[in-house]
Design a protein around this ligand. Structure first.
Ligand SMILES: Cc1cc2nc3c(=O)[nH]c(=O)nc-3n(C[C@H](O)[C@H](O)[C@H](O)COP(=O)(O)OP(=O)(O)OC[C@H]3O[C@@H](n4cnc5c(N)ncnc54)[C@H](O)[C@@H]3O)c2cc1C
Length: 444
């Protein structure tokens, strides 16, 4: 069996999930991984792989065998195509920050990324991690092959041509059909982005969203952060650029480390002590934002440091429902007496056809609500969950929510197919845990 680690208590980044697994294993290669899964199943233990523990849900929790794949992080193969794109196979445990470095050295890049780079590629795709961009899908849409260790300890290559149904859940399925050992990504030539960050009034943002030159269609990657208790936002427009002024390191440190992290931690602590000052503090924070514009490598623009710990729930709604959803959230925040120091993040994605993708079959707006980790979040998040329910909102699989399989089955047209494939691939529930049982259903 693979290398055993001595400490077994595990906690996720957000401190919303913990586990004390019976065994913790760090496989050194594919054979050890396959042997570990086979032996664990034979011993009657359930198995869960864990990436960086950045899911807010207990998706990676197990009382059985916890597999850490950090040693399966190597670049395995690069197949370049005439159009400049390439197929790149990497170990599934690689962290996105390392992957970005590997790709950059090859003159390549991920087409789109989320806003941090700490996750493993396996964990990120398994929960449907996404960035923003109305013509782009989430990370799993960039996966064209996945090497899977099945419940029997067998190694299977999956892709749209090989075991296509298993591939569906291998690329986005919470690890429900096996442990990912390697993934093949379709990547693009390295590119630079011009980042334009500006404070805007919420009403101007909402009025300017649509149309061919609107904020959503008119930019490669558009997102905004709305400050609750105010009508103010920070907008981010990232577009492909050949060159331009880089980010001044001092200004970068002031914005990204001092204001977005160190000072933000202080204001969150203050609002925890004196909640009623939250609206004024949000006004001050939103007013103190100054615009900035710079050009940098795509992965540097996409990812930011996030050192203030928080809890998050994110729902995918049809894009056309966004304005009404935000209006209702604003109304709830103003009338509930709840204090919310953290901005609401809004992003966009193209419709895709992945069975369990939150953007399945519809152009999507993502509405993410956050709460500082020392503050209660239940009342706020459940109120927002109720609001998005009226618009067939689908929760991010890795972020807090309270839906169960029955409701999720109504939200995903291919849910029954996913359940069928899961049951066939893992009849004894080797890869189950309570979260999977809740969201994908208990076995008969
Ligand atoms: C600060 C912060 C910022 C975030 N930003 C974004 C964002 O911009 N966009 C977004 O969409 N999400 C975002 N997230 C959510 C995050 O991307 C997801 O929760 C992601 O799944 C975390 O990846 P991980 O490597 O930590 O996986 P984990 O949380 O460790 O695991 C996630 C799931 O993947 C499974 N898994 C892990 N490895 C394997 C494997 N080898 N084989 C099979 N299954 C496996 C686990 O069992 C679990 O079910 C953010 C989270 C945090 C804390």
């Amino acid at each position: 069996m693979g290398e055993l680690s001595s400490t077994s208590r595990w906690e996720n980044w957000a401190r919303t999930a913990a586990a004390t697994p019976a065994r913790v294993v760090h496989p050194r290669d594919l054979q050890e991984l396959a042997d570990t899964v086979a032996k664990s199943a034979a011993d009657g233990l359930r198995v869960r792989a864990v990436g960086a523990g950045h899911s807010f849900t207990p998706a990676a929790v197990t009382d059985g065998v916890h597999l850490h794949l950090d040693q399966l992080d190597a670049l395995e193969r690069v197949e370049r195509r005439a159009d400049g794109t390439a197929l790149v196979t990497v170990g599934a445990g690689i962290r996105l920050s390392a992957l970005n470095g590997v790709l950059d050295a090859l003159g390549l890049a991920m087409r789109n990324l989320g806003d941090i780079d700490q996750q493993s590629i396996a964990g990120a795709i398994s929960t449907g991690t996404h960035g923003t961009g109305v013509r782009l899908g989430g990370l799993a849409t960039q996966v064209v092959g996945a090497r899977l260790v099945t419940a029997a300890g067998e190694v299977l290559e999956t892709s749209p041509e090989q075991h296509p149904e298993l591939f569906e859940l291998a690329r986005l399925g919470l690890g429900s059909v096996g442990v990912l050992a390697a993934v093949t990504l379709e990547v693009v030539p390295a590119f630079r982005l011009e980042a334009v960050e500006e404070p805007w009034a919420l009403d101007d943002v909402l009025a300017g969203l649509d149309g061919p030159d609107g904020l959503v269609e008119g930019n490669d990657h558009f997102e905004f952060y709305w400050f609750p208790h105010t009508r103010r936002t920070l907008t981010k427009r990232n577009n492909r650029a050949v060159d331009g002024p880089g980010l001044n390191p001092v200004r970068g440190w002031i914005d990204d480390e001092l204001l977005s992290n160190a000072l933000f931690e202080v204001t969150n602590r203050l609002t925890t002590l004196v909640p009623r000052i939250t609206p004024q503090l949000n006004q001050v924070a939103a007013r103190s934002l100054s615009p900035r514009r710079y050009v940098a490598r795509s992965s540097q623009v996409f990812a930011s440091p996030r050192r203030v710990r928080f809890r998050e729930m994110e729902y995918a709604v049809p894009r056309a429902a966004l304005v009404e959803v935000l209006d209702r959230v604003d109304h709830w925040v103003r009338s509930s007496g709840e204090h919310v120091p953290f901005p609401v993040e809004v992003r966009f994605a193209a419709a895709d056809d992945l069975w369990l993708s939150t953007a399945h079959g519809r152009e999507t707006a993502y509405v993410a609500v956050h709460q500082y980790w020392r503050l209660p979040y239940l009342r706020y998040f459940t109120a927002v969950e109720e609001i998005v329910a009226a618009h067939a909102g689908r929760p991010h699989w890795g972020k807090l929510h309270w839906l169960e399989a029955e409701r999720l089955g109504e939200l995903y047209p291919r849910f029954a197919d996913a359940q069928r494939v899961r049951a066939g691939a893992d009849p004894d529930g080797v890869f189950d845990n309570p979260y999977l049982e809740r969201v994908l259903g208990r076995r008969p």
